[in-house]
Design a protein around this ligand. Structure first.
Ligand SMILES: *Cc1c(COP(=O)(O)O)cnc(C)c1O
Length: 227
């Protein structure tokens, strides 16, 4: 076991628990997705033996290399922008895609599901902050998008995801997280057939604020593995 890593993991869990406590949430309702981009299979094994069990990857090629070694010992989430021609490599290997960001990707995943009999759990990525460099739907596009993909039986939409802009002071991005939660609540109210149980939001720099605003999945890399 890696002592330093162990301490960082415990620290992150403690901070999640404290953020939950501040707003009266249960810490069991927040899942830590350890973002393992940039760490190799050997380091991953160490992370697994130290107790991490859910990993997030953002590049298909890198993911497959690690998956070859680690396989289904852990739960894998795909969190980065996914190119349509690479989607098929993820079938049966990842338990969730956090980054559904276009109708064409939705159609591709749905088609793959028909062929491979694999239903995808997906989160719709919303570009709440409107930064041009970020993928994701504009909040105003979300209602129609959800209606259209409703017909796609190969997709199980189980929540929303966003990436906040980097800010020195995480309080500055609180409105971004709050907006995602409000969007989720609004969509669930207007579309009762939806089951949006997840909010994937919060990274190393801002996860406590995200948890206070209702995150159920936090994606944390550098606070665990260094940068
Ligand atoms: C890299 C990455 C993270 C983790 O970022 P850290 O700041 O290292 O915690 C989370 N989400 C996505 C989509 C990422 O690409």
């Amino acid at each position: 076991m890696n002592e330093a890593l162990n301490n960082r993991i415990n620290d992150v869990y403690r901070r999640i628990a404290e953020a939950c406590q501040r707003v009266g949430r249960q810490k069991a309702d927040v899942k830590l997705v350890a973002v393992s981009k940039g760490i190799n299979a050997e380091q991953l094994k160490e992370a697994i033996s130290t107790g991490l069990s859910v990993f997030g990857e953002n590049r298909v090629q890198d993911f497959l290399k690690k998956y070859d070694v680690i396989d289904k010992q852990v739960e894998w989430h795909f969190i980065g922008h996914l190119q349509r021609n690479k989607a098929r490599y993820l079938a049966g290997k990842v338990s969730m895609i956090h980054s559904l960001d276009s109708m064409s990707l939705a159609a591709t995943l749905n088609r793959l599901s028909d062929i491979q009999g694999y239903a995808w759990q997906v989160l719709v990525q919303v570009n709440v902050s409107g930064e041009a460099t970020k993928f994701g739907l504009a909040p105003s596009e979300l209602p129609d998008f959800l209606d259209e993909i409703r017909e796609m039986k190969g997709l199980k939409v189980c929540g929303l995801m966003t990436i906040a802009p980097y800010c020195e002071d995480p309080e500055e991005v609180r409105p971004v997280f709050r907006r995602l939660r409000e969007l989720k609540e609004d969509m669930m109210q207007k579309k009762p057939w939806l089951d949006l149980r997840h909010l994937s939001m919060g990274m190393s720099n801002d996860f406590e604020v995200a948890v206070e605003e209702g995150a159920t999945l936090v994606r944390i890399g550098s606070a665990l593995f260094g940068s």
